[in-house]
Design a protein around this ligand. Sequence first.
Ligand code: C5P
Length: 312
Amino acid sequence: MSLIIEAPAKINLLLNVKGQRSDGYHELESVMHQINLVDRIHIKKDDRITVKSNSSQIPTGPDNLAYQAAELILHNYGRGEGAAIYIEKNIPVGAGLAGGSTDAAAVLKALNILYNYNVVGEELAKLAAQIGSDVPFCLEGHPELSINDPEIISREGKRSVVGATCLAQGRGELLSPWAHRIIPYMVLVKPEFQLSTAEVYKNFQQNLMLRPPDLAAFIRAWQLYDIIEIAQSCENVLETVSTVLNPEILQIKEELKAMGAIKAVMSGSGPAVFGIFTCLDPAHRAWQELKQNYAETYLVSSYGGGVYYNGN
Ligand code: C5P
C-alpha cells in the first residue's frame, strides 16, 4: 500500500517584516501562494523511517524536514511504526520556495491518511509549526493524491487540485485563507547560489526600508481579481538584504522586466525571483531566453491551473 502526494512550492507575493520578536523570530505580514512547481512524495508504511530522493542536494537523515515531520507525527500518534519516504525533487533547494517545508507538510498529510491518525485542524497545524514557520501554510490547499489502496480511495473521495493563498502573520504560522485566484503566467528563476533564511533575517534592518508594502492595495487587487494591480502590489522587503548578499538577484529582476514582466519580485528569503506576465507569449519567450543562463528557470502558474514548463 503506497501513496503519492504532490507537494507544491510557495511564493511570497508580498512580504513585510514588522519587527523582531523576543523569541528571535521576526513578525511577518506575508501573502503566500502555491504554484504548480511540485515535488512528489511517495510514501508507504514501514517499520522504521527512511528517506530517499532523486536529488543529491537534500539530506536524507534527520536534517531533512520530511524526516522530521515523519518522526514528529509517528512519535506523537504512532505505536512504533515507521515510513519509507521517497522524495521526487523538482523544487529548487535553498531558493525561498518552501521546498523542504512542503515536503514535510505532505508527509504529515500522508501519514495521517496511511495510519488513520485523524489529526486535523489546529492540532495538525501545531505539529507543522514545530517543524518550521512555512510548514502550516504548506498544509493548506488540496494537492493531487494517488493511492493504490481502494479502502483509502473510498474514504478520501476524489479531490480536485486547488492551490492555497493565505495572509500569513506571526512568524508565518497564523493563516487567513483567501479566495482562490489563478495567476496564469509567471516565470520563476533560481540562480545557482543559495541563501540561508536565518542569515537573511539576521541582517534585516527595518530602517533601510523606504516604505512598507501596501497590503491594503494588494487586498483590493485580489478582491477585484485584477492581475495587473496584483502584480504591481507584489513586494518583498527581504530584497533589501538578499540583493546586497548577491546583486545577481537585481539583474534577474531587471531582465524579467525588460522581457515584459509587469513586476519581478524575490520569493521569501530568496534567491528565487518570479516575474508576472499578462500573456503567455512574452512569458514563454522570457522562459526560453532565461533558461539559457539559468538552468533552473520555470514557466509556472498558480497551483491548480495553467501551464508548467520545467528547466529543460
Ligand atoms: O521557521 P524556520 O525554521 O523555517 O526559520 C528559519 C530561520 O529563519 C529561523 O531560525 C530564523 O532565524 C529565521 N526566521 C525569522 N522570522 C520568521 C521566520 C524565520 O527570523 N518569521
